[in-house]
Design a protein around this ligand. Structure first.
Ligand SMILES: *Cc1c(COP(=O)(O)O)cnc(C)c1O
Length: 411
């Protein structure tokens, strides 16, 4: 989004004109930004055989999944429903991987029968897999290397009491199961959680994964999950993808030489690909001055963007209706009957009632985590592609909320 002559635009389209056309609250995505993020990742690993699997739980609109597929991206799914969406978006089973956690074995079987590679993150599931399929189906093993990185405790998944992955300390037990059933392990995987602060932490995890990889003779790839950090604040540290790619490629090639074979290197970014492409637009309903605080209350809440309340996430907020207004300090809050604060003590150009506020970094875990709490309908989604705006999901109506309810008459 750029500011030209006091007006914010995306690919030349006025954002306020989108608000007029589609109303608020509204999610808007800039396809150019998704493409440039994808391209930068691909170019950072120029020397390796790279596969990128979009972690679609970040943003599951099938139009966006279709676009990513058209650029050569694969997809990482965490549920049968995401698998079904990915197939509908046109991904072949070979382009999809499935990384479930605490999912029933019946669901895992359903996905495997579709020809999709499963990432196994539990010893008991591995037993069931071996018992059912022996060596007739390939699988990947998700390890937990127990590295701890930055970010909110809610999104750290690498710690010792995390529910994710098979601990690297359980490798011997795991190998016994693999040998017993002659399981065909084609990949090893780690996903240590979002917001890994620096490449050296990531490389430490990679070294641990290389160590475990040496125990498997028939690997085709190593999947390093995600953990790429994107900037939320202007001064934020974020992953320099070119530097990271160079360091990681060197380590990976060295491992492949020692392993004796060129393997594929996989990543599963969610946030990195889509976070910065997204903007969430809301209208200011009330300006409320209390004895201590100046509130701007907007026509949305944690039902539409839960990250600030759920993860204590920071989303930059600007007033696109008054870009030259005198900055004042506001708490921007939602209309939900809970304490739903989007941002505390934010310096924002003077907000007047009916002004349109814009939240940054709304592409990842925005719409996909939204709900109908307070029986509010969910927003529309618009994609800007090649200088044109496309409605890729209409706003819900009360009928959508009633759709699944049965009207029962009580005698
Ligand atoms: C959520 C998830 C990702 C993506 O994480 P981001 O922080 O959005 O990049 C990747 N892999 C797995 C297995 C995940 O569950």
């Amino acid at each position: 989004m750029v500011l030209e002559n006091d007006s914010y635009t995306i690919q030349g389209i006025s954002v306020l004109s989108l608000v007029e056309k589609y109303s608020t609250p509204l999610y808007v995505y800039n396809a150019d930004k998704i493409k440039s993020q994808y391209d930068s990742l691909v170019s950072a690993f120029g020397g390796c055989s790279l596969k990128v699997k979009f972690a679609c739980k970040a943003l599951t609109n099938i139009n966006i999944m279709k676009l990513l597929r058209s650029w050569g991206c694969g997809v990482d799914t965490v549920s049968l429903e995401e698998v079904e969406l990915a197939l509908l978006a046109g991904f072949t089973p070979q382009e999809i991987c499935y990384t479930p956690n605490c999912v029933g074995f019946d669901e895992i079987q359903t996905v495997i029968e579709k020809g999709i590679l499963v990432n196994i993150d539990d010893l008991s599931i591995l037993e069931k897999f071996g018992h059912t399929y022996g060596n007739t189906k390939p699988c990947c093993i998700r390890f937990n290397p127990h590295i701890l990185a930055g970010g909110n405790p809610h999104i750290q998944v690498g710690h010792i009491d995390s529910k994710f992955g098979i601990s690297v300390y359980q490798l011997r037990h795991l190998l016994r199961i693999v040998e017993n059933y002659n399981i065909n392990v084609v990949g090893v995987h780690m996903h240590t959680g979002s917001d890994i602060l620096d490449p050296s932490t990531f490389l430490r995890g990679a070294e641990i994964l290389f160590d475990t990889a040496r125990s498997f003779k028939d690997l085709q790839f190593i999947d390093f999950g995600s953990g790429f950090k994107v900037p939320y604040k202007d001064e934020d540290y974020y992953t320099n993808i070119q530097e990271f790619g160079a360091a990681m490629s060197t380590a990976f090639k060295e491992f492949c030489r020692e392993y004796g074979r060129e393997l594929e290197i996989w990543f599963e970014p969610g946030k990195f690909l889509v976070s910065e492409s997204g903007y969430f637009l809301v209208k200011t309903n009330v300006i409320k001055q209390t004895v201590s605080t100046l509130f701007a209350g907007v026509n949305s809440g944690q039902n539409h963007l839960i990250r600030p309340m759920f993860y204590d996430a920071y989303h930059k907020i600007i007033n696109i209706s008054n870009p030259t207004g005198t900055p004042r300090v506001y708490s921007v809050v939602g209309y939900i009957c809970e304490t739903d604060t989007f941002g505390w003590d934010r310096k924002i150009n003077e907000i007047r009632e009916d002004d349109i506020l814009c939240f940054y970094n709304a592409g990842a875990y925005g719409y996909s985590m939204s709900s109908n709490y307070n029986s509010r309908v969910r927003p529309a989604e618009v994609l800007i592609y090649n200088g044109k705006d496309y409605l890729i999901r209409r706003r819900e109506t009360i009928e959508d909320i009633l759709n699944t309810q049965q009207s029962v008459s009580f005698e």
